[in-house]
Design a protein around this ligand. Structure first.
Ligand code: ASP
Length: 329
């Protein structure tokens, strides 16, 4: 379906009458200025890392800078709100993660529509998560970490990026699997949370490999498990949660690109085309591989598949979140 703004309609009308055709066409060119890519978490974290790589490659394809703006806070809802309420002209896009599928259930009151407020532009990547802790934690294996959590419970601090963040979701699953609650410490993103974990001022975190791989390799944090069914090539020595004794403690984080609802179809198509180009960039594929992830196959990077995947993930997480009974309000 073709959506046109009032301005666009006026421009078309003028073109049809034969007058001012060239300026009217120029007015329709997209993008006509830099595109803002909102990252709903703090700079330096995993969503930021993925977003900046994609933004750079999209800039080259679009012929305009794609400028990252970090709007962290409230588990990724503040950044999402900023884009849902932006002008639907393609110059503001959102790179978000699995939170797009959990927020509609976790937040029963929001000042934007967490599903209907967006056009999907395409899936970007799927990233494993890792369970990590400050390097001097009193545990050497996942079994010992589980015993420590059961012993110390709320005496341990679990860092996350707010309710709705992947780290929050992973923490919910962990605390359910261990049947013990820890004290939750929310940040605007797991970039700043990682700084505190490395400094040892918080104890435990679960975060995407795009943020943890280099710290794990450098030994600045201790890793206990990867939350995928298989081990990953970037961290081959790290057992899966099932191998470590917590079967069912599994989650992987997907990212997608969005525009505000009502963005015209030709602009959606242009942004998707630039995204697909970015996903085919060899430099990005290499960097992603080094961080334990990969671009989605381009056949899956369509707005339609993205929307279907997103809807299915909302349905998948809803009963689990409802059973956990922990909502943001
Ligand atoms: N990894 C974070 C999360 O917990 C978000 C981020 O900082 O990218 O969802």
């Amino acid at each position: 379906m073709l959506h046109l703004s009032r301005r666009g309609l006026a421009a078309l009308a003028i073109t049809a009458s034969g007058a001012l055709a060239a300026p009217a066409l120029a007015q329709q060119a997209f993008p006509s200025r830099p595109v803002t890519m909102v990252i709903p978490f703090a700079a330096g974290g995993p969503t930021d890392t993925v977003g900046r790589l994609i933004a750079q490659a999209m800039s080259a394809e679009l012929g305009q800078p794609v400028v990252v703006e970090n709007v962290g806070g409230a588990g990724g809802t503040l950044g999402a709100q900023r884009v849902a309420q932006a002008r639907p002209d393609g110059h503001t896009v959102l790179l978000h993660h699995i939170g797009m599928a959990t927020i509609p259930t976790l937040y029963r009151r929001l000042s934007y529509d967490p599903v209907g407020g967006f056009e999907t532009l395409g899936l970007v990547t799927e990233v494993p998560m890792t369970l990590i802790a400050r390097r001097n934690i009193e545990a050497n294996s996942l079994a010992e970490l589980v015993a420590l959590i059961r012993r110390r419970g709320e005496g341990l601090n679990y860092a996350n990026a707010g309710i709705g963040a992947a780290s929050h979701l992973c923490g919910l699953l962990l605390m359910k699997a261990v049947d013990t609650r820890m004290t939750t410490v929310p940040y605007r993103g797991t970039g700043p949370a990682m700084n505190d974990l490395v400094a040892g001022t918080v104890d435990i975190m679960c975060d995407q490999t795009t943020n943890t791989t280099e710290q794990i390799r450098a030994g600045t944090v201790r890793a206990f498990a990867v939350t995928t069914p298989e081990r990953i090539a970037a961290l081959p020595d790290l057992p899966t949660s099932a191998q470590g004794g917590l079967p069912g403690f599994e989650v992987s984080v997907w990212h997608g690109l969005y525009a505000p609802k009502g963005t015209p179809a030709p602009i959606v198509a242009r942004l998707n085309q630039a995204l697909v180009k970015a996903l085919q960039d060899e430099g990005i594929a290499r960097r992603f591989a080094d961080l334990g992830t990969a671009p989605v196959p381009v056949a899956r990077a369509t707005p339609q598949i993205h929307r279907e995947f997103w809807q299915a993930d909302i349905a998948k997480w809803r009963p689990l979140i409802q059973a956990a009974g922990q909502f943001a309000d």
